[in-house]
Design a protein around this ligand. Structure first.
Ligand code: PLP
Length: 354
């Protein structure tokens, strides 16, 4: 049997989740009349400490709607160089929303406050691009599922708020136009691994997106949380982009089920990732540092062996992916047992030793 470690998106709904979907109370969500969708939106807004939320078909759409609402056409967002928004959303921020991007780079995908301080220009006048949003990813996928240190997030919030006060007299939070978006596709993993409450993370940002279809194991969907006015506008733009949906409650019910039942168990995924990392590092310590495996992502720096390793692992029944030149990713998830995690790690370890 194949063990699929390409991504945590490959999970399929459990029997209990399917039962919740089948019994969902639904209505037309374009009319705002789907009880399950409304319940999901309210639940996520509350968990993240925001006024309102919007259920979307994907995390890319949730991020796009957030950035679009924070950054006027032709102005910029800043993010880390390996962020999903700039690497994996196929240029939508530029191609669809008219947003330009500059990046900073950090080996663990963290915030580099001093570099951001020097890059950020909230009010650049008519000659230069003005910075309007900073996007932070937590956990940071392509940096290896790393957790953003809470102190860094607080320092960034403070920097943005102080810049706001300088730029607009009497302006409040984010008033100068530099606002913070959290790409929290795996915020659940950060929360479980760090013990920081979701609401503490959520309230440091103006907008937050979370995925239901990754570690939580729902088949489809993300949620964008923010202020009531911003979410109302995002709802209009969702429809404008053709992504308004009708009886989406069958999907929302899966998300609600996942939130109630699949958050705490993410600790198992983290244990399985740590085990995979240990077994592989024992075989070939040159390909990873086990200290760097913080959540459910294991990155192997295998150089020119990457394509060979992915192909040979596939022959042995283990699926993995290449996420950057020379970098192979193994991801743990709901559909992976500890026994299969061990078996997959032993297969990869044996190949690396050969
Ligand atoms: C998966 C992911 C998203 C959203 O992806 P979709 O496939 O569009 O749902 C956003 N950010 C990060 C970090 C992700 O891993």
């Amino acid at each position: 049997m194949t063990i699929d470690l390409r991504s945590d998106t490959v999970t399929r709904p459990t029997r209990e989740m399917l039962a919740a979907m089948v019994s969902a109370d639904t209505g037309d969500d374009v009319y705002g009349e789907d009880p399950a969708v409304l319940a999901l939106e309210e639940r996520v807004a509350d968990l993240l400490g925001h006024e309102a939320a919007l259920f979307t078909v994907s995390g890319s759409l949730a991020n796009g709607l957030a950035v679009r609402s924070l950054v006027p056409t032709g102005q910029e967002m800043l993010c880390e160089a390996l962020a999903h928004v700039v690497r994996a959303e196929l240029g939508s921020h530029a191609a669809v929303y008219g947003v330009t991007t500059r990046t900073w780079a950090h080996p663990r995908g963290h915030i580099d406050l001093e570099v951001i301080r020097r890059m950020m220009m909230p009010d650049a006048g008519p000659y230069l691009v003005s910075t309007r949003a900073i996007v932070v990813e937590n956990t940071h996928n392509f940096a290896g599922g790393t957790i953003q240190p809470l102190a860094d997030l607080r320092a960034l919030r403070k920097l943005v708020d102080e810049t706001g006060r300088d730029a607009v007299s009497g302006g409040g939070r984010g008033a100068a136009g530099v606002q913070l978006h959290l790409d929290g596709a795996r915020l659940w993993n950060a929360h479980v691994a760090s013990g920081v409450p979701l609401r503490v993370y959520g309230q440091l940002f103006d907008t937050v997106s979370v995925c239901l279809s990754k570690g939580l194991g729902a088949p489809v969907g993300s949620v964008l949380a923010g202020g009531a006015g911003l979410i109302e506008e995002a709802r209009v733009w969702r429809k404008r982009l053709g992504a308004g949906w009708r009886q989406a409650g069958v999907l929302a019910a899966a998300g609600l089920y996942a939130i109630e039942n699949h958050i705490e168990r993410l600790a198992e995924d983290h244990e399985n990732a740590a085990m995979i990392a240990r077994i592989i590092a024992d075989a070939d310590p040159s390909v990873l540092d086990t200290e760097r495996v913080e959540t459910n992502v294991v990155l192997l720096d295998v150089g020119d062996r990457a394509a060979w390793l992915v192909a040979r692992s596939r022959d042995e029944g283990v699926l993995s992916s290449i996420v950057a030149p020379g970098i192979v990713r193994l991801m743990t998830h709901l559909d992976l047992s500890a026994a299969d995690a061990r078996r997959a790690a032993e297969i990869v370890a044996t190949l690396l030793e050969s």
